[in-house]
Write a protein that binds this ligand. Structure first.
Ligand code: HXC
Length: 533
């Protein structure tokens, strides 16, 4: 931080009366002090009472010590059209850049103590300036949101100001990583800037997001609901999927942002940063040989496999409370960042449903945009059946995941651990939609449907005619399992490149990533495809 007084040049000589611009320095110091005071000590105290840090404290915590450089500290708001407000230096937002683990990042941090952090023209211009810089130099962009929304006194200028930011969010999408932290209110159309960024963090009990707040809900649909129940961190991390990460307080939130940044490249022209955790690439884990239970209907925790194979067992799970039947997140293999997508048999048997498909699709597209290789661990019994899912759009949503995998140009590797049934087999990064390397464990079952359902369909008449239908069904199920519920038919066709031993999974993945390092994927000449949104 550049908090110190402006340096005073030495007086050039006794006769000159000192440096002639000294007065300007005094003015500068006064202005800086005023800007840095924010809304004053009382409002700062209120902010602390709510368990929130101030905008400046957040910036200081986020960046490597002493690296933050502020822009536009003297930029003033234009005052409101109501004529009730004079200039407010800094205009309720701190902007600039600093380093996270030595890598440059641009930021805005809204100051709720100044006019509730509301966003007017000057406030937005400051944000726009750092966004432009971030894109120009290819550095990630982080927004710390704590704002009452569009500054009411500025009328349509405040709405236009949001439009300027939305425009930049879209133009920066896929060029630099964009991260939003919601650390206070975020209401109305203001939510759409975070919603268009790549990752949204929320803080428990002090942040909320909604398009229309509890008062409007009460007026329009006569329902009483609290801020927390309508748009708190719990709701957005578990139900709506708006929040990718939820942390208990500001300090832990900012620490987690630093962690996320450590996995990401600074822009789409770079490869992700390499970090050697000194974990041997050929480390075998014999425990994995016993991960898949003998009973195919028994669940197990895919987390065990994930932690076993990744460097240092370190995994940053994204959306950990949302659609938990599909796990997505970042880890490292041989020092290289990978995006991991895995079915979770311990939740809903790892089935794909609407939320899981959308969660997976967005993650795949992020990784593809930023050259992060995808590793897919498969144990999927299929898509979730039933009217809820069908009427909720499983056709549309499932298509998003299929489309996202298929169009991804980044290196793509799949390991089928157990079930890979039907359409879900194809969707989960199969060879047929462009995966580079496809492996299966000997425990894999690759088939059109599960053995029980298959026997009921294809042997229905025989089973019905049998004197003991129950044992006939069991018998036929066994026959089907022997023929189809294994990886060998797929391997014979070349759809599986190799059947690998579970304990060797880590080594094979790392070797495969090395091979794919310089992968090229030519694509058709078009403006963009039309992903089924
Ligand atoms: C101007 C605002 C403001 C706003 C808050 N303030 N929101 N000033 N424009 N949008 C000011 C308050 O007047 C107050 O100033 C100070 O900030 C602190 O606000 P409080 O109300 O005292 O704080 P709190 O009780 O914590 O309530 C926070 C709040 C509430 C829930 C956010 O302030 C609120 O409801 N604000 C209005 C929210 C809103 O409707 N925004 C527009 C959303 S539509 P003083 O000086 O009195 O202390 C939108 C459109 C985006 O944003 C368009 C995108 C296309």
């Amino acid at each position: 931080m550049t908090d110190d007084r402006s340096p005073r040049p030495p007086a050039p000589g006794a006769n000159t009366g000192g440096w002639p611009f000294k007065d300007n320095l005094d003015v500068l110091d006064r202005m800086r002090d005023q800007a840095r005071e924010g809304g004053g000590p009382e409002r700062v105290a209120e902010q602390h009472q709510r368990g929130k840090l101030t905008a400046r404290e957040r910036v200081n915590l986020l960046f490597d010590e002493g690296t933050f450089e502020e822009f536009d500290v003297l930029k003033a708001g234009r005052g409101g059209l109501l004529g009730d407000r004079g200039e407010f230096l800094s205009d309720g937002v701190i902007t600039g850049h600093g380093a996270i683990n030595g890598r440059e990042v641009f930021i805005f941090s809204q100051d709720f103590t100044v006019m509730g952090g509301s966003l007017g023209e000057a406030h937005s211009e400051k944000i726009g300036k750092v966004m432009d810089h971030a894109v120009r130099v290819g550095a990630p962009f982080i927004g710390l949101n704590d704002s009452g929304g569009a500054r009411i006194q500025e009328g349509v200028d405040a709405l236009a100001a949001y439009g300027e930011i939305f425009n930049r969010n879209v133009m920066a999408s896929g060029v630099i990583p964009q991260i939003s932290c919601i650390m206070g209110p975020c209401a109305g159309g203001a939510v759409y800037s975070p919603a268009m960024t790549d990752f949204t963090f929320m803080v428990e009990n002090s942040s909320y997001m909604f398009v229309t707040g509890p008062n409007v809900v009460k007026t329009v649909i006569h329902q009483e609901i609290s801020f927390e129940d309508l748009g708190g961190a719990g709701v957005h991390s578990g139900k709506s999927g708006v929040a990718h990460f939820v942390l208990p307080n500001d300090i832990l939130c900012l620490r987690e942002v630093r962690r996320l940044i450590s996995y990401l490249p600074s822009n789409n022209r770079q490869r992700p940063p390499y970090l050697d955790l000194l974990d041997p690439p050929d480390r075998a884990d014999p425990v994995l040989d016993y991960l898949v239970p003998a009973n195919p209907n028994q669940p197990y925790d895919m987390g065990i496999l994930i932690h076993s194979i990744l460097d240092g067992a370190e995994f940053l799970e994204v959306h950990s409370n949302f659609a938990r039947n599909l796990i997505v997140g970042f880890g490292r293999l041989g020092g290289q960042t990978i995006g991991l997508i895995a079915n979770q048999p311990a939740i809903l048997a790892g089935v794909l449903d609407n939320d899981a498909a959308v969660k997976g699709a967005r993650f795949v597209r992020f990784c593809d945009a930023f050259n992060i290789p995808l590793v897919c661990l498969v144990d999927v019994p299929g898509f979730m059946p039933g009217p809820d899912q069908e009427h909720g759009g499983i056709i549309r949503h499932g298509a998003k995941l299929l489309y996202a995998f298929t169009e991804a140009m980044t290196p793509r590797i799949t390991v089928i651990v157990r079930k890979a049934y039907g359409g879900a087999y194809v969707v989960m990064n199969s060879k047929h939609i462009g995966a580079d390397f496809n492996y299966a464990w000997p425990t894999a079952e690759i088939a059109v449907i599960g053995p029980r359902a298959a026997a009921e369909v294809i042997y229905r008449k025989e089973i019905a005619a049998s004197p003991d239908p129950a044992s006939a069904l069991l018998d036929k199920e066994g026959q089907y399992r022997q023929t189809f519920a294994n990886p060998f038919l797929a391997a014979k066709r070349g759809y599986i490149d190799d059947v690998i031993f579970p304990r060797e999974t880590r080594g094979r993945l790392i070797r495969s990533l090395q091979v794919l390092e310089n992968k090229q994927s030519p694509r058709p000449d078009r403006r963009h495809g039309n992903i089924p949104l």
